[in-house]
Ligand binder design. Sequence first.
Ligand code: AMP
Length: 461
Amino acid sequence: MTKFSDLNLNPKVLKAISDAGYETPTPIQAGAIPAALEGKDVLGIAQTGTGKTASFTLPMLSLLARGRARARMPRSLVLCPTRELAAQVAENFDTYSKHLKLTKALLIGGVSFKEQDILIDRGVDVLIATPGRLLDHFERGKLLLTGVQVMVVDEADRMLDMGFIPDIERIFKLTPFTRQTLFFSATMAPEIERITSEFLSAPARIEVARQATASETIEQGVVMFKASRRDREGSEKRRVLRELINSEGDKCTNAIIFCNRKTDVDITAKSLKKYGYDAAPIHGDLDQSQRTRTLESFRNNELRILVASDVAARGLDVPSVSHVFNFDVPGHAEDYVHRIGRTGRAGREGKAFTICTPRDEKNFDAVEKLIQKEITRVESPVKSAEKKDKPVEKQDRRRSEKKAAEPTPVKEVATPKPKDAPKDRGRSRGRSGGRSDNKVVGMGDHMPSFIALSFDDRRAS
Ligand code: AMP
């Protein structure tokens, strides 16, 4: 088995690795580090959780340990799709460079240009950026990319999803063609294939097993859920979610809940809070300081539940999440793997539950096909709660039937016009409070009991 000490890394970097407690390189590290140290381009096909960040950070630091930064001309560049991921890469640099004297700057949106300009003016060894912010700085004439010796593109498939590929191509062209490129992607879509063949030169290709096959420590379950009425889907789904969380009890120490849409992230977090759960949202429309704060408290175990969108959660390194809940089945099957990869990390056990509506079934099939595994069907915790309630329901029905059979005084009620009927029905229910002694016009005292029964049932829902 390869050891870190066999990899030719700078001794100060090796010391930082041992400080971090890493014993052996992961497969992507064992493959990418030697090639990168030899100055080769690297094409790493690996997902988050495989140790890929260190697979480019460690050789970069070893290469940068020699030489010095010049004003406004960074010596290396790391491009990340999201602010969170960029911030996380920056943290990795801090961890592994703690025994070296290197400077870095993080160029992400939501942070003032002024602060970032000061850092760039001083000269940085490592520039970590999201593509849009980097180009903004470049266009303001504050940054030159002609000194870049090593360029990293991280999570290229996500860059593609987010429409960043033209920006990446432009940035490639602004850097010297002699630069070394380390390029990482979880999948090789045709567009990714195209840019790697254009901008990488005879890369060492290192592909590690899909995380889908590696996540054996994660117990997976799915609740097939159908709302009683379409307009109740949201609230009923949130109830299923709450019951799922409850059914896990203390085993659910902390969790990430994924929603497909940002609005659902907000609604779900708000609803959970209303029901007394310790939850907060994270997605791209929230301001940066709030996102950082939320993430920080989640990492420090001060926040139990993080409700997230895929983009915001991409690559988040939270070491010990006990549960992942997919409030929605993701549109891309790969995202399922990324999502559940937040739990069961580093050999720990984890649980992942998904709620699947009939509309999501096609996407869910794609997930099962990708992971080549049938996910256990779990009975809806709400249904079982209702089953327990059933006897009570029957009792209520019997009571209402009895009540309906009792003679009640006849009142004069005007017959509603047909087009007003639904409105009036609602109003009369509100006024009467849904009592079963409500008279039905034209029935006299001989109202059949089933009418009262359906009335009560409507009230119960
Ligand atoms: P990444 O795929 O870069 O997001 O890394 C996933 C996690 O694995 C992070 O928490 C790293 O700190 C951790 N990690 C990276 N390399 C190693 C290693 N060689 N041994 C143990 N943990 C590692």
